[in-house]
Design a protein around this ligand. Structure first.
Ligand code: AMP
Ligand code: MN
Ligand code: MN
Ligand code: MN
Length: 292
């Protein structure tokens, strides 16, 4: 049986596509009752030192974090890395490569939106990106909401920016093998993020989990802001089937956009091994830590 812990091991700051700073997130997580936290910006660890310092200052235990964009069987899959050495050179290099194509992709996305009459989307999206290298669909979504094209980001992703819709540009991210290797060789634990979000067939999903495990991946998000209760139950069974540890994270991006607040998640099902049990030696403990 695992010990319930209010761990939130998935969220985003202004360093990628969130709207709060690492310090604001740490304080918000603390105020919402989180005790173990990880900031997991997309393809970037530039916020890790600030997040770890802010966590220590407000009494949160901390794990280093990142969410790597991967292309697997023509779909984008996200792999969360937890508890790695933030100074690892190969990880930094891999992340830099992964970020590389975003600017060109964003220009192509804007050109595609212009074809359906939406002008100025590149500059518009860029104005929301705290880090221009990390320009993402989320920043385009904010531009489309602010200019009144859509009422919220959920409508944006229903009508635009997704496969078959205006503004979608196919992109090749890191390979699954590389992403898992960068994380594990830096001493961290690789986790398949929000598995219910992908549109794989049963066979393709089996291939994802099998290959992930073969490369040394050890965890899967079971409880996330992206999963319904039924989906969490289904991936709890998958975690047991594949012998993977389970992670828990809100995927919080913004107070005004995110449906799931920091730390506001059900506990992991009892029979699962939480990722933090495997990462005990990697947790940066706050002076006030209550962890054993
Ligand atoms: P990118 O890395 O540029 O492809 O952007 C992916 C980001 O867009 C995700 O990390 C989410 O923040 C956001 N996103 C993708 N799909 C959706 C969706 N259906 N609803 C809301 N946000 C989404
Ligand atoms: Mn995001
Ligand atoms: Mn994700
Ligand atoms: Mn995320």
């Amino acid at each position: 049986m695992n010990t319930p812990l209010n761990a939130d091991l998935h969220c985003h700051s202004v360093v990628s596509d969130g709207t709060l700073t690492p310090e604001e997130l740490a304080q918000r997580a603390k105020a919402r009752g989180v005790t173990l936290w990880a900031l997991t910006d997309h393809d970037e660890i530039g916020g890790q030192a600030r997040a770890a310092a802010a966590a220590a200052a407000c009494g949160l235990d901390y794990l280093s974090g990142v969410e790597i964009s991967v292309t697997f069987l023509h779909q984008t899959v996200h792999i969360v890395g937890l508890g790695f050495d933030v100074n690892n050179a190969a990880l930094a290099e891999g992340l830099q490569q992964t970020r590389g194509g975003r600017s060109q992709r964003a220009r192509e996305m804007a050109a595609d939106l212009a074809r359906v009459g939406i002008q100025g989307a590149f500059e518009g999206a860029l104005s929301y990106a705290g880090n221009p290298e990390l320009i993402s669909r989320t920043h385009f979504a904010r531009f489309l909401v602010e200019t009144g094209v859509c009422k919220d980001t959920y409508e944006v992703f229903r009508k635009y920016l997704t496969e078959g819709k205006p503004g979608f540009v196919e992109h090749r991210w890191a390979s699954l093998k590389d992403a898992v290797r960068w994380i594990t060789q830096a001493g961290g634990l690789a986790v398949i993020a929000h598995p219910a979000r992908y549109k794989f067939s049963a066979n393709e999903e089996m291939a994802l989990f099998t290959e992930f495990k073969g490369y040394g991946g050890m965890g899967v998000e079971v409880t996330t802001g992206s999963h319904s209760a039924a989906e969490s139950a289904s991936y709890a069974a998958t975690a047991l089937e594949f012998g993977l540890a389970a992670s828990r994270g809100s995927d919080f991006h913004s107070p005004s956009e995110s449906r799931t607040e920091l730390g506001a998640l059900p506990d992991l099902p009892e029979q699962l091994t939480p990722v933090w049990e495997l990462l005990a030696g990697r947790i940066q403990r706050a002076p006030t830590s209550t962890l054993a």
